[in-house]
Design a protein around this ligand. Structure first.
Ligand code: ISL
Length: 598
């Protein structure tokens, strides 16, 4: 349409404050640290910074357990430091998107303290309180109101001795679920959101927002789930994309965003979301949210025992999954594109090659993601090609999910070796090692002792080295951002025509069954003008790859006269790139090229 929302041409950069930059030497990153590094984001060219939680918190889940939504945790600074960050970011035309964690609060939030104080407290119903299962003594095995297992091991129910009832916590027991059925809860959340908009933030990333509406029977019944590998029940069908989700999101939109002039970026984090639901969540006509993070592609290498029992990725599955989401949201809704965040292992270690082909594979994975249609998210360090943590002992981990799962290993029949291998591949701590800024002690992250060990190789893989080398992962990502932003118009073959293709071009996957080649086109039919197209070809393997263009990509792809827009290998830029009239392509290990077709 003519009124393109601003975030259609945005690239979002996620900061995990604890691990970004430490200004005061306590070993934990903080707000002033982020402000001091804003020029790094400006150099990359991004226009949005998603800030993982900095609110007051006991830090049971690194800030995803909030005890005061309208204050900053002293670990990270104070409200003055927050205002400074917002103002300094604004100077660089970067908006701050806050993390909104409202499926649950901390058990140390004042609301929960009131709620647990007595069965007849006015805030009792702000959370999910239930008596023990009929016929069971509270606190005995099997007495939990449902059999649901938590995301972080054990039951989702915690008995509170004071009143003899259980409260629901889908995550840790220090993260009790808010009861969104209660209109007072919803109004309290909306008021808090308006408070942040008034402070000048650019929007919200909404933590597990599709879990806020539970399937609840007429008399408050909740339903047992099918058994999972750890012996608990799978409650997901009873709290994912629940019956009142669309009503709640539409209400939030009316109550929070409508009263404010301007447009905000809203992205729902939606584990387990289906494409059909995502289309409803993100259809602009429905005024719910702008986009959602889907999880199907992140589950493609999970094994029978779950994420810590990984299996090799089958590339055609990944290609097909992203293509399905491209098609499904082509005419309504919008995709959020990501390989990484603070919950996922590093992409170069997961689906790339973090050894010999680290640089090429990081660039190629970046190219593929950024050339899809949607808003790309870059997680701190991804633009440097940072790798997994390389931990080999349980004592190196800090994340409660990893530490808790170690307690389940025996029940699940996992040996210590199996568990350690699973953690090394999948632990959330892989994403949470401190950002490497330079080759000074502790990589310039802190003058103190970092709260989590640095990933090995930081002496070489760091922001200073990346920025000094024009052929680095960083400069490749900078180029990917520029393509979409239409920045540096006229330079390096980038112009508004390219940006239009990257933002809006119709997506078509080629050679879907190929196990090493990832190829697709983006096409725009301009009214009265010529048909414009980009072709992306990528070798997702460590072996050379020959492509017979007509046979494998189809007759419609004509490479003759094409120019190279983005390449993983510096020597592929220029006219030599389309040899022998474009009948064949020879891709080196992990090589990728984006062509602008003639
Ligand atoms: O990584 C996961 C656990 O295996 C995910 O399932 C994750 O728990 C889920 O995506 C929800 O994540 C969000 O909410 C959690 C928090 O721990 C995560 O950091 C956050 O991104 C609870 O607030």
């Amino acid at each position: 349409g003519t009124h393109r929302p601003w975030w259609h041409r945005s690239v979002v950069y996620q900061v995990y404050p604890r691990s970004f930059a430490d200004s005061d030497g306590d070993g934990v990153g903080d707000l002033r640290g982020i402000t001091s590094r804003l020029d790094h984001l400006a150099a990359l060219g991004v226009d949005v910074l998603w800030l993982s939680p900095v609110y007051r918190s006991p830090q049971d889940d690194n800030g995803y357990d909030i005890s005061d939504y309208t204050d900053v945790d002293p670990l990270f600074g104070d409200l003055a430091a927050m205002d400074e960050l917002i103002a300094e970011a604004a100077k660089r035309e970067i908006g701050i998107v806050m993390d909104l964690v409202v499926n649950h609060t901390s058990d140390e939030h004042a609301w929960f303290a009131e709620s647990r104080s007595s069965r007849d407290n006015p805030k009792r119903d702000w959370y999910w309180w239930r008596p023990a299962r009929e016929g069971f003594e509270p606190g005995t095995p099997g007495a939990e109101p449902t059999n649901w297992g938590s995301f972080f091991s054990g039951s989702t129910w915690q008995l509170d001795e004071a009143t003899g009832e259980y409260y629901l916590h889908l995550f840790s027991r220090k993260q009790p679920d808010l009861n969104w059925e209660n209109p007072e809860v919803r109004q309290a959340v909306y008021a808090m959101m308006r408070w942040w908009l008034e402070r000048g933030v650019a929007g919200f990333r909404m933590d597990v927002i599709n879990l806020i509406s539970k399937h609840v029977g007429e008399h408050g019944e909740l339903t047992d789930g099918a058994p999972r590998a750890d012996g608990w029940g799978n409650g997901a069908p009873f709290y994912t994309d629940g019956p009142r989700m669309h009503e709640f999101l539409a209400e939030m939109h009316r109550e929070v965003f409508d009263p404010f002039p301007g447009t905000y970026l809203t992205v729902g984090e939606t584990p387990g979301v289906t494409l059909e639901e995502a289309r409803l969540y993100t259809d602009p006509e429905r005024r719910e949210v702008d986009m959602v993070f889907q999880f199907e592609h992140m589950g493609l290498d999970h094994g029978v025992l779950g994420k810590f029992d990984p299996v090799p990725l089958h590339l055609p599955d990944l290609k097909a999954n992203l293509a399905r989401w491209q098609d499904g949201l082509a005419t309504a809704g919008w995709n959020a594109l990501y390989w990484n965040n603070h919950d996922q292992p590093r992409i170069v270690s997961r689906w790339g090659d973090d050894g010999e082909h680290r640089v090429a594979s990081a660039k190629t994975l970046g190219t593929i993601l950024h050339l899809h249609r949607g808003t790309p998210y870059v997680y701190q360090g991804e633009e440097l090609g940072m790798r997994n943590a390389g931990f080999t002992a349980l004592t190196q981990y800090r994340d409660l999910e990893s530490l808790n799962v170690a307690g389940d290993a025996e029940t699940m029949g996992m040996s210590t070796e199996h568990l350690l291998a699973g953690l090394a591949y999948m632990s959330r701590d892989n994403a949470r090692t401190p950002v490497a800024w330079d080759d000074s002690p502790n990589a310039g992250f802190t003058t103190g002792t970092p709260w989590l060990s640095l990933a090995p190789g930081w002496e070489r893989i760091n922001a200073a080295a990346e920025r000094a080398n024009s052929d680095s992962v960083f400069h490749h990502y900078r180029r990917l951002v520029a393509l979409r932003r239409g920045a540096a118009a006229g330079q390096d073959g980038i112009d508004d025509g390219v940006a239009a293709l990257v933002i809006d071009g119709a997506f078509a996957l080629l050679a879907p069954e190929h196990e090493r080649l990832w190829a697709f086109t983006r096409t725009l039919e301009t009214e009265g003008g010529p048909r414009e197209a980009l072709l992306v070809v990528a070798n997702l393997s460590g072996e050379p790859l020959e492509v017979d263009v007509a046979a494998e990509l189809g007759d419609a792809v004509v490479l003759e006269g094409a120019s190279v827009l983005v390449a993983s290998h510096a020597d592929a830029y220029g006219d030599a790139a389309v040899p022998d009239g474009g009948a064949h392509l020879a891709l080196r290990p992990w090589e990728s090229v984006v062509y602008r077709l003639a």
